[in-house]
Design a protein around this ligand. Sequence first.
Ligand code: HEM
Length: 146
Amino acid sequence: MYELIQVLHSYLAYIVLILLFMAVANAMMGWVGNKMFTMQKDLRLSLFALILSHIQLLVGLILYFVSPSGIKAIQTLGMGGLNSASRLLALEHPLINIIAIAFITIGWSRHKKFMEGNKKFKSIAIFYGLGLVLILSRIPWGQWFN
Ligand code: HEM
């Protein structure tokens, strides 16, 4: 069970990061170029990025309770006993990623309120962008590429 969820979370991370990169780049180009916001491309890309981020959030939450590096690390070592590597996995990565996905969700909800394409693009570019930066700031890179 643990290995399966861990592998899923690890592979899903590639898809989520690629989709978020594409959604942010697309929104920035649409915003700067004052383009029309289309259902076919722009809405679909932002929606896929949102859905995959939420799936990753759910998988991450399950992982947090089955992984030895999640809540179990805090239970065994205590808050004070965590070193920087274990604090990243047990505290910083989960907390910052939940905040990041909240930003992405806000960006999606805000874009729906606007009629003008450039305001829609702006909402996606800023909030998805913030979310992406937060996610990138707390990826356990060393562990992921091992
Ligand atoms: C978009 C959001 C997220 C991304 C891109 C992401 C990405 C990653 C990556 C790349 C790893 C390393 C995987 C590996 O070692 O192969 C990881 C590990 C982990 N993630 Fe996430 N994650 C996200 C959200 C979350 C959330 C919301 C939680 C918990 C609430 C979470 C909990 C964990 C835990 C506990 C580990 C360590 C698993 C272990 O090695 O046993 N993640 N995550």
